[in-house]
Design a protein around this ligand. Structure first.
Ligand code: 5AD
Ligand code: SF4
Length: 430
């Protein structure tokens, strides 16, 4: 039997898209290999959100080149955001002539056809400019307790630093009933958690009333399960969505609400369409409905023109919000975006120094929060058990570990927090 291995980079959207690529390959009669070394088809499903993501892909291509030299019959394919970026497919074709198939984000569903061509020794370079219709591929999920479900694709926001709208195309939403029936069958087949995916889930179906309606429809099934979603844009998150979250214990009390910066001047240059005050008011609104809500965020340092004063606004904002989890990034120039053309790009030394300070501050905030949870009991969905220790998350997205048995995996368990160490919560079954 022929084997495949998929190297996935980037966000959850890509992780889920790799499950679709795997679905196509299983349908073709392939099975999963353990690594690139024993695969007949090697795929790289790539990301280009920051330069570091692309550097990682190029590094791995160097290793794959050696595999191809030893076993020329191996088919190597690269797809996703990186080749979709203007000019990159040509660069890959020139720099890595050993690649057999180059395709983008809009034509992932054509993998089967491309493999036919590659097996007949024809190279494929096919990037579509326009997003095609929403198509469904057979999904091969890896098991586990969480299942990913796309509800929309693309982004229309054009934040000035971001390449996503250029490589993922315009916003398109999946059919309401199709999503409801997919989620229902996942819950019926034993998944305990479903995460709805979209670059901007709050504009699902053209606006948040539709998204709130979707959340309500997805909380109607029998049994204990959790619905999560990501990502929410602060400008589009409305009270009706928060009310839908608050009214059902099946919708997780967790929201990822990227702020990106604390300075209003920078937020304006980023084209985020909210001020820090408006953002903080939204946080207040969410907490008024769901007091124990878990909130996480993305924050960037070193956007063009960012001064020390601007940076300190970000520090102040995270001190005020006290996020559960903060994902911090160094701004990375992406060609084709508005911010790439701005003067006053910040030097790497300043950016590195700022991100180090930010990480340190968030670590202190996280530790303080973690200590305040000692004595609380959370309902944890255990997703892994390793060497007698169970790992899982609460509805408000706190990661918790506890002494567990093998059969706790996939179950909801009440765990009382007994210890907080380096931002980590440790507890025992209550
Ligand atoms: N540089 C650094 N970080 C970026 N992100 C998006 N574009 C860039 C960029 N050019 C971050 C944002 C976004 C997260 C997924 O990646 O914070 O929310
Ligand atoms: Fe990028 Fe902004 Fe769209 Fe998010 S909302 S994908 S940051 S353009």
């Amino acid at each position: 039997m022929k084997k495949f291995f998929i190297n996935t980079y980037g966000c959850q959207m890509n992780v889920h898209e790799s499950e679709k690529l795997a679905g196509i390959l299983y349908q073709r009669g392939y099975i999963q290999a353990k690594s690139n070394d024993d695969a007949d088809v090697i795929l790289l499903n790539t990301c280009c959100i920051r330069e570091t993501a692309e550097t990682r892909v190029l590094g791995n291509l160097g290793i794959i080149k050696k595999i191809k030299e030893k076993r020329p019959e191996v088919i190597v394919g690269i797809c996703g955001c990186m080749p979709q970026k203007p000019g990159t497919a040509e660069m890959l074709k020139k720099r890595c002539p050993f690649i057999d198939i180059i395709f983008g984000t809009h034509n992932m569903y054509c993998l089967n056809e491309y493999l036919d061509k590659a097996e007949a020794h024809h190279k494929v370079v096919e990037i579509w400019d326009k997003e095609g219709d929403i198509e469904t591929a057979p999904v091969h999920r890896d098991g586990g307790v969480n299942a990913w479900v796309n509800i929309m694709y693309g982004c229309d926001n054009f934040c000035s630093y971001c390449i996503v709208p250029y490589v993922r195309g315009r916003e398109r939403s999946r059919d309401f009933n199709e999503i409801v029936s997919e989620v229902r069958s996942l819950i019926e087949s034993g998944y305990k958690e479903v995460t709805l995916l979209g670059q901007n889930v709050n504009s699902y179906g053209g606006g948040s009333p539709q998204f709130a309606k979707l959340l309500r429809a997805l909380s109607e099934f029998d049994g204990e399960y959790r619905i999560k979603f990501m990502t929410s844009h602060p400008k589009d998150l409305t009270e009706d969505v928060v009310m839908a979250m608050a009214s059902s214990d099946k919708i997780a009390n967790y929201i990822h609400l990227p702020v990106q910066a604390g300075s209003d001047r920078i937020l304006k240059l980023m084209n985020r369409k909210y001020t820090s005050r408006e953002y903080l008011d939204k946080i207040k609104m969410i907490r008024s409905y769901i007091p124990d809500v878990g909130i996480s965020s993305d924050l960037m340092v070193g956007f063009p023109t960012e001064t020390e004063e601007d940076y300190l606004c970000s520090e102040n904002l995270i001190k005020e919000v006290k996020y559960n989890n903060l994902y911090t990034f160094i701004y990375s120039r992406r060609s084709g975006t508005v911010a790439d053309k701005m003067d006053d790009q910040i030097d790497l030394k300043t950016k590195t120094e700022r991100i180090e300070r930010l990480i340190k501050l968030q670590f202190e905030i996280g530790n303080e929060l973690a200590r305040s949870y000692i004595g609380n009991t959370y309902r944890v969905l255990c997703d892994t058990v390793e060497n007698g220790i169970g790992y899982g998350k609460s509805s408000c997205d706190k990661s918790i570990s506890f002494k567990a048995e093998e059969n706790h995996k996939g179950k909801f368990i009440n765990v009382k927090i007994t210890e907080a160490k380096n931002n980590k919560l440790i507890g025992e079954i209550d």
